[in-house]
Design a protein around this ligand. Structure first.
Ligand code: ADP
Ligand code: MG
Length: 483
């Protein structure tokens, strides 16, 4: 089997997916008459019935096909068309993909160089369209705005950002694997994709795969269902740079963990770069096999902290400049002072303000800022939050059960989440310490007070905990709004 034989699978899958996107009529008009002919490195040769047809398909569908192939394989597979040979001996009927029955007998071959037997994968494949590579100005799975240039470095993220830049310069050589962890909205995805974008620009031959852990899992399940594990393995185990976002999604997914473990080993052994992100340190992941945990802990683990006032200010300034709007200095200061959680909230506040000013066609003043951003500036008590929702969210986050939170057990792994849950209950609901105590297995109100003090104290010196509690509060508010 040649190394490129899998390209046929990618082609078939791409065609199948395109069929779902086009009308039946359009699909059968253009795709039923194209067929997979052969492959060589990073190129699939597709057979078409005429040069007219070839030109039409090129102008209408080439981008679509190539993007699909890119999504599926993670590499820049180019398409070359060959106008089908006259089938004197029926050889063109061979080796056709499921979806693509070529027109028979082929017509309109004038202007091309017909060759018999071109459907044979082992046959030489010239003459062809000139190969084109690097047609994509950016990687289709990466957001092009997520670059190092657009990432403001402060003391909260400098270590992670510098590591990411070093990796992008020399993938696979130094910090491998690398794991970036931190709470929501602190720039994990931005940094991860910046690595991808940078490698994409500088190493045009590198096969870069960016995927969220959730999509990796879904793809894996689908591959099993459709008996295409081979294609799945081929895609991931041949990456040069594998970027997986939000690995905490792996918790409680033993089969995906197993698959990732093998992918990891294959890539690690061949010095391919891997970068992961996670919403917490690896040591705090629950229900994950020890062997996979130890793989993640290999290499470099770096954290992202919430931005300081100065970094928030620099980020806001940059985003304001990019948006081309005028915002009074006092308003910028107000936002920086009040939106302290993470960069995503900072962006959301700014977007809201700009949108308002544009809609009502007013310039932004300090009064407008205060009025429009009042939700960002205070965290009002939300009436619909129950202690049960808090307990469920906190328990799930820390991998303990709600019963354990309410129990008398005092082991650290349970006592700490319990204190966090009590603290959050006091912080975002109007329940008294007595009421909160009752919901936690009938504890005394002084126990609740003590728990809240402990957490407040720890938050002063542990910005990571601040981020954790922020994201928990957010999840709880959202869950309560949905209920
Ligand atoms: P996470 O993946 O950690 O939840 P994201 O990477 O999605 O966070 O970041 C949230 C938003 O904040 C994105 O729009 C991102 O561009 C922006 N952002 C985060 N950190 C920075 C930074 N240091 N400089 C500029 N923008 C940032
Ligand atoms: Mg993210």
């Amino acid at each position: 089997m040649s190394e490129w034989d899998d390209y046929r699978l990618f082609w078939e899958e791409a065609v199948k997916q395109i069929q779902e996107e086009l009308t039946e009529q359009e699909f059968s008009l253009w795709f039923n008459r194209m067929s997979y002919a052969s492959s060589r490195q990073e190129t699939i040769i597709v057979s078409v019935p005429s040069s007219f047809y070839r030109d039409q398909v090129k102008s209408r569908y080439l981008n679509l096909i190539e993007n699909k192939l890119y999504e599926l394989s993670g590499s820049r597979i180019a398409i070359e068309f060959q106008v089908q040979a006259v089938a004197v001996d029926g050889t063109t009927e061979k080796n056709q993909s499921r979806k693509s029955t070529p027109a028979s007998p082929p017509k309109g071959t004038s202007g091309s160089q017909p060759r018999a037997g071109t459907q044979n994968p082992s046959a030489p494949v010239s003459p062809q369209e000139p190969a084109y590579r690097n047609r994509h100005s950016h990687h289709p799975s990466l957001k092009k705005e997520y670059t190092f240039d657009n990432f403001i470095i402060g003391e909260n993220n400098a270590f992670a950002a510098n590591a990411a830049m070093a990796i992008a310069k020399n993938p696979g050589t130094g910090y491998n694997p690398c794991l970036v962890y931190g709470g929501v909205g602190l720039g994990k995805t931005h940094l991860l994709q910046s690595i991808g974008n940078s490698v994409f620009q500088d190493f045009s031959d590198s096969k870069i795969i960016y995927v969220t852990m959730e999509n990796f899992t879904n793809e894996f399940i689908q591959a099993i269902r459709e008996k295409k594990q081979h294609m799945f393995k081929n895609k991931y185990r041949h990456a040069d740079v594998l970027l997986i976002d939000d690995i905490h999604f792996l918790q409680k997914k033993p089969e995906t963990q197993e698959e990732l473990f093998h992918t990891f080993n294959a890539l690690y052994d061949s010095n391919k770069q891997m970068v992961f992100t996670c919403d917490r340190p690896v040591s705090e992941l629950k229900e994950i096999t020890d062997r996979l945990r130890s793989r993640f802990e290999r290499g470099l683990n770096v954290d992202l902290q919430p931005p300081s006032y100065e970094t928030r200010y620099a980020i806001l300034k940059k985003k304001i400049e990019a948006a081309g709007v005028q915002i009074p200095e006092e308003s910028i200061n107000l936002i920086c002072e009040n939106v302290t959680t993470n960069v995503r909230d900072l962006e959301a506040a700014l977007t809201k303000l700009i949108a308002y000013a544009e809609l009502v066609n007013k310039s932004i003043t300090v009064d407008i800022t205060k009025q429009q951003l009042k939700d960002f500036f205070s965290s009002p008590i939300q009436k619909n939050i129950t202690i049960a929702v808090i307990q469920r969210n906190v328990a799930e986050y820390f991998g303990v059960s709600v019963q354990e939170l309410k129990s008398k057990r005092k082991t650290k792994t349970i006592a700490f989440p319990r204190q966090v849950a009590m603290y959050i209950a006091r912080d975002i609901t109007e329940y008294s310490t007595t009421e909160v105590g009752l919901e936690f297995g009938g504890r005394d109100h002084t126990t609740v007070m003590h728990a809240c003090d402990r957490i407040k104290e720890r938050m002063k010196s542990d910005p990571y905990l601040v981020g954790q509690i922020d994201s928990l509060k957010k999840a709880i508010r959202e869950a309560s709004n949905r209920a």
